[in-house]
Design a protein around this ligand. Structure first.
Ligand SMILES: NC(=O)c1ccc[n+]([C@@H]2O[C@H](COP(=O)([O-])OP(=O)(O)OC[C@H]3O[C@@H](n4cnc5c(N)ncnc54)[C@H](OP(=O)(O)O)[C@@H]3O)[C@@H](O)[C@H]2O)c1
Length: 226
């Protein structure tokens, strides 16, 4: 069976990716920053290997890449993300903005760069990043959320460049908006369950073709405006 690696696998959308791929019999490398505290993850049945990874720690990314030196990853899912809510106009916090950029925009590219050899050894060669519609400039009609919106717009641009750079090596790169999802980040009042979001994204990930590389997709597979 194929192998998927998921970052931010301890809870929310990442945990649901682990559950669904494991239930289908995939080998799942579930990366999370505190394996000892990831109780829900430890309870997932199937071929799940839990690995420690704080995505902002380059040493940990390199250590994971070294541990996977003889391994193949068919689908790499950059899911880990943070949302700093308190940065409306007049409350811009430089440190929070930089932290958000490190987790949401820079780390996914570093993870993709360092794990690329394992992705190239995989049969499917897909790199997926969970972005947000809030990173769409075309869709922004409500303002605010400066650090989050800019970090996801930067992620989108990084992944677009990556899709072009990796085209000769037949790697498909895409970004997905998961919907407004009932997780710690999305809140209890969100529109959809993690199960529906992840089922939709997995369906599209499974059928991504060359023409989809560099695309920005909703969880239901529809294209979104940049
Ligand atoms: N929920 C929504 O409505 C929604 C909408 C649009 C986009 N998204 C995106 O979907 C992705 C998943 O969000 P979610 O709703 O599942 O959020 P969540 O419930 O808050 O979970 C966030 C996950 O990211 C991990 N994480 C945060 N910082 C990390 C770091 N430095 N290193 C490793 N892992 C880190 C967390 O790990 P810990 O448990 O260790 O904190 C947790 O597993 C994010 O990229 C988010 O921006 C979510």
């Amino acid at each position: 069976m194929p192998t998927v690696l998921v970052t931010g696998a301890s809870r929310g959308i990442g945990l649901e990716f682990v559950r669904q791929y494991a239930a289908e019999g995939w080998r799942v490398i579930a990366a999370c920053r505190r394996p000892d505290a990831a109780k829900a993850l430890a309870g997932v049945k199937g071929k799940v290997e839990i690995r420690g990874l704080d995505v902002t720690n380059e040493g940990e990314i390199d250590a994971l890449a070294a541990a996977l030196a003889d391994d193949a990853i068919d689908v790499l899912i950059n899911n880990a993300g943070i949302l700093h809510r308190g940065d409306g106009l007049g409350r811009i916090d430089t440190a929070k903005w930089i932290e958000t950029f490190r987790v949401n925009a820079i780390a996914p590219l570093l993870v993709a760069e360092r794990l690329l050899p394992a992705v190239l050894r995989g049969d499917r060669k897909r790199i997926v990043s969970v972005t947000s519609q809030m990173g769409s400039i075309a869709d922004n009609d409500s303002g605010g959320y400066y650090s989050y919106r800019t970090s996801k717009a930067a992620l989108n641009m990084a992944m677009k460049s990556l899709s072009i750079d990796l085209k000769p090596r037949k790697v498909i790169v895409a970004v997905f908006h998961p919907g407004w999802v009932k997780t710690d980040m999305g809140g209890a009042g969100a529109a959809i369950e993690p199960s529906a979001s992840v089922a939709g994204m997995r369906r599209k990930i499974g059928t991504l073709g060359d023409a989809d590389s560099g695309g920005f997709f909703n969880y239901d597979g529809e294209r979104l405006p940049w």
